[in-house]
Design a protein around this ligand. Structure first.
Ligand SMILES: N[C@@H](CCC(=O)N[C@@H](CS)C(=O)NCC(=O)O)C(=O)O
Length: 190
């Protein structure tokens, strides 16, 4: 089994954390240039990471990769509430990625423009709901949704895209897992 990705992607990191006890090859690549870009094109026409390879089978998208792994191991599926939580985490993560791409493209964030207004409203709404869920203890187990939420918060902090001080339960979850061995081994800062 091979996981194609980068050490900075929060979507890749969630799969790496999920596969912590599994034997597989991690193919770390620069997805934006050179041979890494060529390999990405060869492996995933969506041109995104993660992508997963198991014998001849390619699987695209972290959510589908997780489902593939669940299916393969015969594990029970996520609850609908957990599926919704993943959708919320993914939507916030996608909006943050868009904001970062624009920033990297030299486009100033302007909350008066429709694009920025929609992303910022979505992020605020989602973080409030996720914070409330975390307060209720819904991410107290180190399961896949909690891993995805941790990867989101840690990546956003790493990229300095948001101030989480208004979301104490999210900050608490982030701090709680700092000493986890897998978390340390997959830190995008190193
Ligand atoms: N829904 C996808 C999102 C993956 C994603 O956006 N990955 C980013 C890296 S963090 C990427 O490959 N971006 C390249 C691009 O958008 O061109 C998943 O869950 O795997």
């Amino acid at each position: 089994m091979k996981l194609y990705g980068s050490t900075t992607s929060p979507y890749v990191r969630r799969i790496r954390l999920w596969l912590r006890d599994t034997d597989y090859e991690f193919v770390n690549m620069d997805i934006f240039a050179g041979p890494g870009r060529a390999l990405l094109k060869e492996k995933n026409p969506a041109l995104k990471v993660p992508a997963f390879e198991d014998n001849e089978q390619m699987v695209f998208d972290s959510r589908v990769i997780f489902r593939y792994l669940q299916d393969k191991s015969g594990a029970k599926p996520l609850s609908w509430q957990q599926e919704n939580q993943l959708t919320m985490i993914d939507a916030a993560n996608d909006s943050f990625v868009q904001l970062m791409m624009l920033k990297r493209s030299g486009i100033e964030q302007n909350p008066d423009l429709l694009f920025f207004r929609l992303q910022l409203e979505r992020i605020e709404t989602l973080l409030s709901v996720l914070n409330a869920d975390a307060e209720k203890g819904e991410f107290s187990q180190w399961d896949y949704p909690a891993i995805c939420l941790f990867c989101l918060i840690d990546w956003v902090s790493f990229r300095e895209l948001w101030d989480f001080s208004g979301y104490p339960a999210l900050l608490a979850l982030w701090q709680q897992h700092q000493d986890n061995t897998g978390v340390k081994a997959t830190d995008p800062r190193i």
